[in-house]
Design a protein around this ligand. Sequence first.
Ligand code: SF4
Length: 211
Amino acid sequence: MDEKTLAKEVYERLSKIYKNPKIDLEFDNPFELLIETVLAAQERDEKVNSIRKSFFSRFKDSKALKEAPLEDIKEEIKSISFYNKKAQAIKDIATILTDKFGGKVPDTEEELTSLPGVGKKTANMVIANAFNKPAIAVDRHVHRIVQRLGLDDNKDPDKTTEHLKSLMDEKHWTKFYLLLLRHAKEVCTAKNPKCHECVLSDICKSFGNVK
Ligand code: SF4
């Protein structure tokens, strides 16, 4: 089976299981999702969700976050891993958003990746989920499952993003990535993937061979 046919088959099978695939981070607007995505690096989404109400009631927008003392930001996120570095990172992002983008989160990969510490994955995560525009965000879960399936063999997730985009019509990008993400989190887990329950087992090149 060639890669495009495999991608289509994966899409169709997973669509039947995950009717409305979504990310686990909860958010009310692009600013919240952008900040949360930075906080979620090497941290569980549930942990970020647990502090979001308190955090965003204190720092409602980029201006409030820009002007807040660093110590106040740290205090709000101290349960999150690497909170010292992340506090500085989100303050830096808020500063550029306020000064250069009029407080509005931009909706293009080029503009988003011009923000300090914002890479292709974070940019596409925001574009796909907060702006509902076609995008593919390759995080460690998506990267893992596409390698196991044999849809991609790039070590660099940014190259994987471009490769996955070439396999699917643009209008399907966001749903394709969200389906892969859900299946990677729920079945094709990093440790002990549930290969014997997996609907992709007969078309997966790693079936019975995951270390
Ligand atoms: S068969 Fe196993 S390795 Fe392949 S996609 Fe399913 S869970 Fe992942």
